[in-house]
Design a protein around this ligand. Structure first.
Ligand code: ADP
Ligand code: MG
Length: 704
């Protein structure tokens, strides 16, 4: 029997599901038995005990069950407001009466009928005339139309509440999940090696799955709802074990590989260090030493460099590239945006003007013609250092002898892109750099296939940036900041948000802002920068801003990462409430690079309490760490880690912050498991699970 096959059976073939329901389930991402197993309830309801309606108190949330006495549709035709349809259902449970109300949802009329038995879940309110109680938009279930034999699935117990979709009600969903799980459970095998299950005293996996979907009455509702029942924890452990095992395999794969053993002679490195206007910080020195050691070794390097915005990662990258070039190989630096690639390119050319090596820029926006030329330069080994965007990983780009690959702002790229760029060389050394400040253990986990260095020190003499919240209306303050900065001889960024969904309007407001500033400050040179401009135009704007010829640069978010103009001392961020916290931190990091006081002004457009709170987080701390944690809480982990675009697998059950301890436990178990064994062959269930979780991201044939 093939386990994999059985759990991958489409749910359509389960009795009672069929083609039309399976279409609805597919909308929820449930296609196979296995998908259903991992589709957990997001909430549970205690339906062991219903409240008597007569005992309900205002403002408590409660579940009541009763029979519908009648339904009404009322229209409110208030002359001041648009017409409002109110649909009412009046229910009695024998002890009292409660009214459920919905606004402008006329289709509900067809849903409820008098004499139906229903469950309402919602917050109890006193009605307008204070004569009775009501619930507004309660969650509901209609009980009596289906067969009553299923009652113990829906009543008299703790019931699971799933996310559902139009056309699929809670009650039906629950029945479907029950049938599907009944079919699926016999096929479930535990991927965790049995010795680990015993050692840790983990509950049985099948039982855990059953109980997480249909908990028995003795379980704590509170634990279930926060996802920390022993059964939830077991599933989290499984997921994290599989995750870590995959990472360990990736790491083994890349570490076992022999790489280039570089032999730098420090010719270029020393020249550069001598010509730098500053000394490396202790942290930079340490990290560079770690890199050199790795590069000299005969195994290939895979190292993550983490350092907050402004900690000086670029220079480290450049030094490493010089070590590579000195040893006779080419080095490539890949950045997430064209602007940043162009920036790095200009920067590097500047820093290297004392050194005779060839640097080449390659981005997507170049015309084919000049691109072909670029390819040739790269191929024929005429370029020592190539700086580019993901254009670097196109098939047509061929390197003569690529020795070192550096990826900037790692959070924008994923495992896959890293792998693609590496393929351009014969197992080149790899460095990835990120400003996303995540706890060390977490970094080890998420980037567990990499070694890890941290630049935990900012260059001396930096004055912390002062951040000010400003309402949009207070224009005069904004202009005052601008004028003061100009007086001090500094330069200014004014940044407008730009997101895909409203790209056109966003671009317009940036351009409008630019025109306004130009009109107001006719004596100063003002620049405009956005992604729609030609690469050459952008480069020239950036160059003139760097040289101080442009005083005020109005731009869209294209400058978010990496751009470096130390003389800029004021950053104004328009409609700051539309940015994510980490993004604001990155943006703000564009100033405060010189040693005088810098300012960041966050201008709020339409702000509410929530967005004000978020902006206050930014205003109150410069600590990227604190900001990252807040950001994670607000945005959720999927988006925070950019798992979607980065090729990291999605967690279905785990919440990294909640389950931090389990993450550590699983990591320990994986480490000791792999320390003892070389082959996974005796663990077919583990291989199955790895395949499902990681998909084709791990080439299991190679794992052996
Ligand atoms: P990030 O880590 O955000 O990429 P950068 O590499 O862009 O930071 O460096 C930020 C600024 O700090 C640059 O202007 C760089 O020249 C400067 N810098 C880097 N290292 C030092 C140092 N040791 N002392 C002073 N300034 C430094
Ligand atoms: Mg950088």
């Amino acid at each position: 029997m093939n386990r994999q096959k059985d759990l991958s059976t489409p749910v359509q073939y389960v009795k009672g599901v069929g083609p039309s329901r399976s279409k609805l389930l597919a909308r929820l991402g449930i296609n196979t038995l296995r998908d259903a197993v991992f589709y957990l309830p997001y909430r549970y309801e205690d339906r062991k005990t219903f409240k008597n309606i007569i005992e309900l108190k205002p403002d408590e949330s409660a579940i009541v069950v009763g029979r519908i006495l009648k339904t009404n549709v009322k229209s409110l035709n208030n002359y001041r407001k648009p017409k409002l349809d109110i649909f009412e259902v009046i229910v009695s449970d024998g002890t009292g009466i409660i009214t459920a109300k919905w606004f402008n949802q006329p289709y509900l009329e067809k849903t409820f009928k008098a004499k139906d038995k229903v469950i309402f879940y919602g917050t109890v309110k006193t009605n307008y005339w204070m004569t009775g109680i009501e619930m507004l938009n309660p969650e509901f279930e209609i009980l009596n139309r289906d067969t009553l034999s299923e009652e113990n699935l829906h009543l008299g117990r703790i019931v699971p509440i799933y996310r559902v979709t139009e056309g699929l009600g809670q009650r039906q969903m629950r029945s479907l999940m029950n049938s599907i799980l009944t079919s699926a459970i016999p096929y479930i095998t535990d991927p965790i090696p049995s010795e680990i299950v015993h050692k840790k005293g983990l509950p049985d996996l099948r039982e855990s799955i059953e109980k997480v979907h249909f908990p028995t009455s003795e379980l704590s509702l509170e634990e279930l709802n926060s996802g920390v029942s022993i059964y939830h924890k077991r599933l989290v452990f499984n997921e994290l074990f599989i995750f870590q095992a995959g990472i360990a395999l990736l790491k083994n794969l890349s570490n076992k590989n022999l790489g280039i053993s570089f032999s730098p002679n420090y010719k270029y490195i020393d020249t550069l260090l001598k010509n730098l206007p500053f000394k490396l910080t202790k942290a930079q020195e340490r990290v560079f030493a770690e890199i050199i050691e790795d590069m000299k070794a005969s195994t290939s390097m895979n190292r993550l460099i983490q350092g907050d915005v402004g900690s000086g990662k670029t220079i480290i990258a450049l030094l490493a590239m010089l070590a590579c070039v000195e040893s006779g190989y080419q080095a490539a630096l890949m950045a997430p945006t064209e602007i940043l690639a162009e920036q790095h390119y200009l920067n590097i050319c500047n820093l290297l003007n004392c050194i005779d090596i060839k640097v080449q820029l390659l981005t997507g926006s170049k015309k084919i013609d000049s691109k072909n030329k670029t390819f040739e330069i790269i191929t024929k080994n005429k370029a020592d250092i190539v700086v580019g965007t993901h254009a670097l990983i196109q098939e047509s780009v061929v390197f003569e002898n690529l020795g070192l690959v550096i990826i900037d702002e790692q959070h924008r790229f994923g495992v896959m892109q890293r792998a693609l760029l590496k393929k351009k060389g014969l197992n080149p050394d790899t460095i990835v750099m990120t400003a996303t400040p995540i706890p060390r253990t977490l970094a080890l986990t998420l980037y567990g296939d990499l070694d890890y260095s941290i630049i935990d020190e900012l260059p001396a003499g930096r004055t912390p940036i002062k951040t000010i919240l400003l309402d949009r209306g207070r224009q005069n303050y904004r202009f005052k900041f601008i004028e003061e900065e100009i007086e001090r001889g500094g330069q200014i960024y004014i940044v407008y948000p730009l997101i895909e969904e409203s790209e056109k309007i966003d671009l317009q407001s940036a351009i409008k802002g630019y025109e306004e500033i130009k009109k107001r400050y006719p004596d100063h040179s003002i620049g405009l920068l956005h992604g729609r401009m030609k690469s050459e135009e952008r480069q020239s704007v950036m160059e003139r801003f760097k040289e101080g010829l442009i005083k005020i640069l109005v731009s869209t978010t294209v400058i978010e990462v990496g751009v470096d103009v130390p003389n800029a001392g004021l950053m104004i961020i328009m409609n700051a409430e539309r940015f994510g916290l980490a993004q604001l931190h990155q943006l703000r990091g564009r100033v405060g690079r010189g040693n005088r006081q810098s300012y960041c002004v966050l201008v709020q457009g339409k702000a509410n309490d929530d967005s004000r709170k978020r902006l206050e987080v930014i205003a109150n701390t410069n600590d990227g760490f604190v900001i990252a944690e807040e950001d994670l809480k607000i945005r959720g982990q999927g988006e925070f880690f950019g798992t979607k675009q980065s090729g990291m697998p999605d967690f279905k059950i785990t919440n990294i912050f909640r389950d931090f301890k389990i993450l550590e436990e699983a990591r320990q178990e994986v480490l000791s498991f792999f320390a003892k064994r070389h082959s996974l062959a005796p663990y077919p269930e583990l291989i199955d699970a790895l395949q499902y979780f990681w998909g084709n991201r791990i080439d299991l044939l190679n794992v052996g």
